[in-house]
Design a protein around this ligand. Sequence first.
Ligand SMILES: NC(=O)c1ccc[n+]([C@@H]2O[C@H](COP(=O)([O-])OP(=O)(O)OC[C@H]3O[C@@H](n4cnc5c(N)ncnc54)[C@H](O)[C@@H]3O)[C@@H](O)[C@H]2O)c1
Length: 315
Amino acid sequence: MKCIVTGAAGFIGSHLCEALVAEGHEVVGIDAFIPYYPRAIKESNLHDLRRRPEFTFVEGDLRTMNLDPLMKGVDVVFHLAAMPGLMKSWSDLDLYSTCNILATQRLLEAARHYSVAHFIHASTSSVYGRNADGDEASPLRPVSPYGVTKLAAEHLCLAYRENFGIPVTILRYFSVYGPRQRPDMGYHILIRSILEGTPFPLYGDGEQTRSNTFIRDCIAATLLAAQRRDVSIGEIFNVGGGQVVSLNEVIAMVEKLAGRKARIERRPPRPGDQRHTCADISKARKLLGYEPTTPVSQGLQAQLEWQKNILGHGR
Ligand SMILES: NC(=O)c1ccc[n+]([C@@H]2O[C@H](COP(=O)([O-])OP(=O)(O)OC[C@H]3O[C@@H](n4cnc5c(N)ncnc54)[C@H](O)[C@@H]3O)[C@@H](O)[C@H]2O)c1
């Protein structure tokens, strides 16, 4: 296949590019290095990929770049580029709406023009709102501007499908973790604070639950969606890790793995925070044959090892 991966320098996008290249596909990765977190981290995500002849990197902003030269002959577009993160979305709606909505519309328009065979859109459990614990037909009531823009992007995908027959699949990822996790994400902050002995801000009572997805499982689901085009086109799938744990349980697990206590600093819950997420993945199981295989303790161990390594290198 010839694939485009947007957000290729990011956490999930870089792993997806590596998996596609490993399967022998030709991959064009696009990223604008939006400075939500440092470019140096994104460059290191790309480090191994840049040496692979099957991989071409294009630095460009989907909101403005000319997509025509890239789209010819493309089989699959994996659209992962977005402004992620709930909290910043309260203060910079312009960035979130342009990166998450306008960029998606430009890409869909290009996919339409070049009759791309499959458009896989990365969405999020945040479209459900405070609690994300049902199946794909659950009510969609996002409680953050981030979730609102990601839901609008989903609707755009569906509008392009309805009106122009664009072969879209929507994947709603439930918090993804593992090596290269973004530095603003909860598990990354927790592990860093335990390793450095600095305070960990715990928002709320710690009893909020998550069905986090280990990066390898997230990538497996994404590849399955592409391989099973016969059943995935026109569908929306939850992609979760299959195990539900509270933040308090995760803190205890990391403390045990690291052999050190966390220095908890209690804070009130933040606006837009989700309370319970529990991905109902029965549809992905049934139609795609998706089965998450990484228990949380094992996934946390892998992330801990990676973070020890990057801290050792002064990042
Ligand atoms: N990480 C998670 O837990 C999680 C959970 C649910 C959904 N998602 C979704 O998965 C996708 C990837 O998330 P991530 O955690 O890897 O984030 P990330 O920030 O690491 O990667 C996203 C990349 O997109 C790029 N980008 C943003 N706007 C762009 C634009 N206008 N033009 C070109 N590139 C642009 C950024 O520079 C960044 O490198 C996003 O769509 C996100 O909404 C992530």
